[in-house]
Design a protein around this ligand. Structure first.
Ligand SMILES: Nc1ncnc2c1ncn2[C@@H]1O[C@H](COP(=O)(O)OP(=O)(O)O)[C@@H](O)[C@H]1O
Ligand SMILES: [Mg+2]
Length: 320
């Protein structure tokens, strides 16, 4: 029984990836990893320069499911209550009642999150952590699933508030779009000669199929050897000369889950070291703080993660 459910989940994930691929040209591993985050019910940060399709990517994901979706544009004057909601006076009953804010949706696009004040950012991060909103001592649960997909532009310094590392840790993955190749960019122009493909998208998965993905991911078998490999990677980030702050235990958990999701996507019942290797950069890069010397020498988190993966011994054939 679990096998056929997993087969179905793998198919669901593939149709989501194909659907998003009708809008976003190229970027297949970014699209795939976004779908893996959805499958594990985890939050995602998309970080890149303007105009590379960040907002479009997340809108395409949202339109590929029937989950309730809301975009919140983060601006300097956005207040915490603009996200969470607020108590309003009901004139009929003369009582206060809670009016839900936009955060009460399944998928939130927190667009340009680094433009809002730290106070407003943390009100969203509190929702992500607790899965509920508390106003005047009363807690209101957020819907299931609840996923925040945030975008941020890393080169816009003036008037922005970069998320502190402790908050970055709440995002399972940081995705980088990167520029398209010349032929992809031409393809994008060709596709866009007609109507906007985003408007043509129809859902490829229903809410219950999305929720099923999470339990299918848990069915992917993890051997001790691969589990130890995950821990070796995160531990290595804590013992590197050029890293000031390494990956947390939360990062280990996330790396394991996302790697299981990749195995499921690829139709594998077992987690392999290659799945872990493939997911490590997106899971780890935003959680590492390099030492000033390493930054001065222009080392990057990706390069350091790459060298750790190259150095560590990969568990051999004894996988089960
Ligand atoms: N790889 C891509 N595939 C398809 N469209 C793209 C791609 N990159 C950029 N675009 C298009 O460029 C425009 C700007 O994208 P947008 O999502 O607003 O960028 P960002 O949020 O990164 O600033 C959109 O019309 C989008 O469709
Ligand atoms: Mg945008």
């Amino acid at each position: 029984m679990p096998l056929s459910a997993n087969h179905k989940s793998s198919k669901t994930m593939r149709s989501l990836v194909d659907n998003i691929g009708r809008v976003i040209v190229g970027k297949t591993s970014v699209i795939r990893n976004l779908v893996l985050a959805l499958a594990t019910g985890r939050h995602v940060l998309v970080e890149d320069v303007p105009g590379v399709g960040k907002t479009t990517l997340i809108k395409a994901l949202a339109r590929s499911t029937d989950l309730q979706f809301r975009r919140i544009q983060f601006t300097p004057d956005l207040l915490p209550a603009d996200i969470t909601g607020t108590s309003v006076l009901d004139t009929d009953s003369s009582e206060f009642r809670f009016r839900e804010g936009p955060v009460f949706h399944n998928v939130i696009l927190a667009d340009e999150i680094n433009r809002a004040s730290p106070k407003t950012q943390s009100s969203l991060l509190e929702c992500m952590q607790e899965g509920q909103v508390t106003v005047d001592g009363v807690s209101y649960p957020l819907p299931e699933p609840f996923l925040v997909m945030a975008t941020q532009n890393p080169i816009e310094y003036e008037g922005t508030f970069p998320l502190p590392e402790a908050q970055l840790d709440r995002f399972a993955l940081s995705l980088q779009m990167g520029y398209p190749t010349a032929s992809q960019e031409e393809e994008m122009l060709r596709v866009r000669r007609g109507a906007d493909p985003l408007d043509q998208l129809t859902p490829a998965a229903e809410r219950k199929e999305v929720l099923q993905l999470r339990s299918s991911v848990e069915q992917v078998h993890v051997s001790d050897a691969v589990l130890e490999y995950v821990v070796k990677i995160t531990q290595a980030t804590r013992n590197q000369d050029n890293i000031y702050l390494g990956a947390s235990p939360r990062a280990s958990l996330t790396l394991l889950k996302l790697s299981q999701a990749l195995a499921l996507y690829q139709g594998d019942d077992y987690l392999l070291p290659d799945h872990v290797k493939e997911m490590a950069p997106d899971v780890l890069r935003h959680r590492l703080i390099l030492t000033p010397e390493a930054r001065w020498e222009e080392h990057s988190p990706d390069e350091i993660i790459g060298s750790i993966l190259n150095r560590l011994q990969v568990p051999g054939a004894q996988l089960s």
